[in-house]
Design a binder for this molecule. Structure first.
Ligand code: ASP
Length: 439
């Protein structure tokens, strides 16, 4: 059994957290490859090391003094090293960072040092080999990962080490220039390592006990989802629910390696298993609920629309030509609506409306920008009778007016449009009918 374990910034924010991480790794022989983030926040008012490093790069680029900010970062690592009782010094590393900043190394290089240095400390603490991600994570340009080359390099390097630490978040171009993923990208590194070494499981350790059925800011003490499929996760993540970087699932989902979301501060909790397929039925018929405010619906009405061939295409073309993607398109006999993100639409609205007026000649066009969308997601809905009935009964009971309904063709989700003001209330009503009522 081989596991890749990734630890987020809050799991490695202090010496105390490092000790928890060390205990988790040593508790299982199989936890052989470790991917750390940079030290995160120790308390809500704290600053992440990554943000401090970006600030250094910004100061350096503006020709301002950054030594004080870099000194603060050095102190954070020294505190961790001292707290762990390690005989390690990062003096030469910090000298090198100063030199590179002086030479104009830029924000990607600066930010990557958070993971690089944390990887050094963690490797020393665990007695594991340190493998610099610059040697094994390959980008073809500053925004594109070279996945085949990365898998090849990782497999080749890691073959030589029984146990290793590979820092998250960065890699390099062929010419050695450091490149980072977008924020939160250590999750991607973990997933790449898991795939390259053909891990049995990718454990992603964070500060929550898994993926919640509903947003805990709206539903206090939400239950945790025990098992979720990649498809369900994508539906929920698309609607804003997230515990991981959205690009982190692809490398492992393509080859069927499960991800287990775990909590460093509660290692006994089983967390959430993210799998390709499962025979496990979800406990509550639905798997999760997620949603977002800030949508606009543009509704077109036209007499005998059913026989106006091409009207849908013409309307969508107006959005396409102005670079606005549409989310849903519920329709009736003489009417249809196009639902878009409010902020994307707002910039181009006059041009889009004018084009639709011209190409579709609708009798009426209504714009409603007070729309929130809620996705009720679950592989179990396909075979459960009465799910839609329960959804709408719960919403009616909570006095929520349903403005739109769209059931995905895969029967994996039901999307409901409500007004922004009803959003929280609707989520709580849905949670109560499926989860509370089942407990
Ligand atoms: N340290 C980086 C960030 O704060 C990357 C990561 O934590 O995954 O975004």
């Amino acid at each position: 059994m081989k596991k890749v374990v990734k630890f987020g910034g809050s799991s490695l924010a202090s010496a105390e957290q490092f000790v928890k991480v060390g205990d988790i790794i040593k508790a299982e022989e199989s936890r052989r490859y470790v991917v750390p983030s940079a030290p995160g926040k120790r308390n809500p008012g704290d600053t992440k090391v990554t943000d401090m490093l970006y600030k250094c790069a910004e100061l350096a680029a503006a020709g301002k003094a950054y030594a004080k900010e870099l000194g603060k970062i050095k102190n954070r690592y020294e505190e961790i090293i001292k707290g762990l009782g390690l005989k390690l010094t990062l003096k030469s590393e910090f000298e090198e960072i100063s030199k590179k900043l002086e030479e104009g190394a830029g924000p990607m290089y600066a930010a990557s040092r958070g993971e690089y240095l944390n990887g050094k400390v963690l490797a020393a603490y665990l007695g594991y080999e340190f493998v610099d991600a610059a040697n094994v994570i390959r980008f073809s340009d500053e925004t594109t990962l070279d996945a085949p080359e990365t898998y090849r390099l990782l497999a080749e390097y890691l073959k030589g080490y029984e146990r290793a630490v590979v820092p998250g978040f960065y890699g390099s171009l062929k010419n050695g220039k450091i490149v980072t993923f977008s924020r939160g990208g250590s999750d991607i590194t973990g997933s790449l390592v898991a795939r390259a070494i053909k891990a049995d499981i990718y454990e992603n350790w964070t500060d929550v006990s898994g993926f919640m059925v509903a947003d805990p800011r709206i539903v206090k003490d939400s239950e945790v989802i025990h098992t979720i499929t990649y498809k369900e996760l994508r539906e929920l993540a698309y609607m804003g629910a997230s515990v991981m970087h959205e690009d982190a699932t692809f490398p492992v989902s393509q080859v069927g390696i499960p991800i287990n979301i775990r909590n460093t501060n509660d290692p006994e909790a089983e967390g959430t298993m993210i799998v390709d397929k499962t025979s496990k039925v979800s406990k509550y018929t639905i798997t999760g609920i997620a949603g977002q405010k800030g949508f606009t619906s543009i509704t077109l009405e036209k007499d005998k629309m059913n026989s106006c061939i091409g009207i849908g295409r013409k309307a969508l073309q107006a959005f396409e030509e102005h670079g606005v993607s549409f989310e849903h398109m519920p329709s009736g006999i003489d009417t249809f609506s196009v639902i878009v993100h409010q902020d994307e639409f707002a910039e181009k609205e006059q041009q889009i409306i004018a084009q639709i007026e011209e190409s579709c000649e609708p009798d009426q066009m209504d714009i409603d920008s007070d729309l929130a969308l809620i996705a009720v997601v679950g592989r179990g809905m396909k075979s459960a009778r009465g799910t839609a009935g329960r959804i709408f009964a719960a919403l009616a009971h909570a006095h929520v007016n349903v403005k739109m309904i769209d059931q995905g063709s895969s029967e994996l989700n039901v999307i409901i449009g409500v007004s922004n003001d009803d959003f929280d209330n609707a989520i709580r009503a849905l949670y109560n009918i499926f989860v509370e009522a089942a407990l």
